[in-house]
Write a protein that binds this ligand. Structure first.
Ligand code: SF4
Length: 279
């Protein structure tokens, strides 16, 4: 297929390329592409203005409320039929059973405003799993986690780790979109998160990355500022858990991308992945 110049690309592809080049540049990676990158893709001011001017309202991790206790979670047992050697097809079937258990769920109030239950996406045998907070508008419409702008950034983060999106598994603490992208209430997160734990037990990832404070809080069962949880590996349900910023937060504050990249490199080390060469 003949190579297209940036001017020949459709707007969506061009925007995706701009996002990816910007992400690598923010990380200090300039030698990631084999071919030289067209300077026009290194974020011209008109593109930046268009991009930032069009930024939709994104959720911001809510400040942690010290006086709001986390209700006890429903204990979930590890399915005995899933082992490290369980093949992909069996795990896919186990995930499908969880989805069937969820059904047309009305277990918490979030069902009232949703269009689609966003179950999860990716490889049932992924070595790396990402957990976010909950679906946004794009995810609610498409039924797939992380497909909006934050999803594009997550895709770039995954690619920078040397992986493809289809090689990882992605899910959220709650499977229905909170109204206005607000943070899920504790009762909502605790009602829904047992399904997430079952997904984790089926996929059995080697490394789990919690994206943002809500995911970290409900995975670890402790409410702490993100700063106290980042930068180290936590043991969780037989996996190594790493905490980093939510991509939506990184869109709002791109200066934190380097910090997020440092977190991802902790995950890469656990997975035995080598970071790409620095420029
Ligand atoms: Fe059910 Fe989870 Fe949706 Fe609540 S968020 S209605 S528990 S699927």
């Amino acid at each position: 297929m003949p190579r297209q110049s940036p001017g020949q690309l459709d707007p969506a592809t061009r925007q995706a390329l701009v996002e990816r080049v910007r992400f690598y540049r923010d990380l200090g990676l300039t030698e990631f592409y084999r071919r030289p990158v067209d300077p026009a893709l290194l974020v011209s001011e008109p593109i930046r203005a268009e991009h930032e001017g069009a930024q939709p309202a994104l959720f911001q991790p809510a400040p942690l409320k010290e006086d709001q206790p986390i209700p006890p979670r429903t204990p979930i047992s590890t399915p005995p039929q899933i082992s490290a050697a369980t093949p992909s097809a069996d795990r896919a079937a186990a995930l499908q059973l969880i989805r069937e258990d969820i059904g047309d769920c009305t277990r918490c109030a979030l069902h009232k405003g949703r269009h689609t239950i966003v179950f999860g996406d990716g490889s049932p045998t992924a070595r790396l799993m990402f957990v976010g907070e909950g679906p946004g508008a794009d995810e609610d419409a498409q039924g797939i986690p992380f497909v909006g702008r934050a999803g594009q950034l997550l895709n770039n983060m995954i690619a920078a780790m040397g992986l493809k999106r289809e090689e990882v598994y992605i899910a959220n603490v709650v499977k229905c979109r909170p109204p206005g992208n607000r943070t899920p209430e504790p009762v909502e997160a605790n009602t829904c998160s047992p399904f997430l734990f079952r997904q984790i037990d089926v996929v059995r990832p080697q490394v789990l990355v919690a994206l943002g404070a809500t995911a970290a809080t409900y995975l670890l069962g402790q409410r702490q500022p993100l700063a106290g949880l980042r930068g180290r590996v936590h043991a969780f349900r037989g996996t190594q858990l790493v905490v980093t910023y939510h991509p939506a937060f990184l869109l709002r504050d791109p200066r934190q991308k380097k910090e997020a990249w440092a977190d991802l490199q902790i995950a890469m080390k656990e997975l035995g992945l080598k970071p790409p060469a620095k420029g």
